[in-house]
Design a protein around this ligand. Structure first.
Ligand SMILES: CC(C)(COP(=O)(O)OP(=O)(O)OC[C@H]1O[C@@H](n2cnc3c(N)ncnc32)[C@H](O)[C@@H]1OP(=O)(O)O)[C@@H](O)C(=O)NCCC(=O)NCCS
Length: 169
């Protein structure tokens, strides 16, 4: 993507591709969200540390970058949110908990949707933590299935699968 500048609460937010210098900040945001989610979803300390080491650590992110494209939201030189896509799947969408409910997740979602549309796909898929359902439904995603994860750091926990058909002009 190019660089996109938006205004939120009188602040300029830049939405841009992630670069190597962003790695530790991206990891900080993803891990902060896992800790927040653990409280919301009732994950055990073991599940939370698996999420952090297998999905949120710098090492995990470096390996995800082989398959996923990452974008970041930056405000006053600080990262406030991140999103990643792989083909037509939104694989990650995390906002620094200090910045929830200011429209940053929405703008990252829009940028991810635009990338998927530009790549020629007609629909978007994602697996959501149940606590984020309200956000995804506000973004036009439709619930397809509620299922238990069969592997990974939170094996046996509920994940909600969403789909959205991309509207074309
Ligand atoms: C889900 C998440 C990305 C949303 O980002 P955000 O910047 O807080 O969301 P926005 O401010 O852009 O919200 C846009 C709209 O979504 C809806 N929404 C957002 N959070 C919501 C919530 N907790 N409950 C219900 N609706 C919500 C609202 O309609 C909101 O518009 P409004 O604030 O004008 O009412 C963010 O809360 C987050 O990172 N959560 C933790 C990690 C997570 O669950 N990520 C999703 C991975 S599956």
């Amino acid at each position: 993507m190019g660089v996109e500048k938006i205004q939120i609460m009188n602040k300029e937010i830049t939405i841009r591709d992630m670069n190597d210098n962003d790695l530790s900040e991206v990891s900080r945001i993803v891990c902060a969200c896992y800790v927040w989610l653990a409280g919301q979803e009732g994950y055990t300390p073991e599940e939370t540390s698996r999420l952090i080491s297998e999905r949120g650590s710098a090492e995990a992110l470096i390996s995800q970058q082989r398959e996923c494209h990452f974008i970041v939201a930056e405000m006053d030189g600080k990262l406030t949110g991140i999103a990643s896509t792989s083909k037509n799947i939104i694989t990650k969408l995390y906002v620094d908990p200090e910045y929830f409910r200011k429209g940053i997740g929405s703008r990252l979602f829009d940028a991810a949707e635009k990338r998927i549309a530009n790549d020629g796909y007609n629909d978007i898929f994602l697996g959501a933590f149940p606590v984020s359902a309200g956000f995804y439904e506000a973004k036009g995603m439709e619930l397809e299935e509620k299922k238990l994860t069969t592997g990974g750091p939170i094996k046996g926990r509920m994940i909600w699968l969403y789909r959205k058909v991309i509207a074309r002009a």
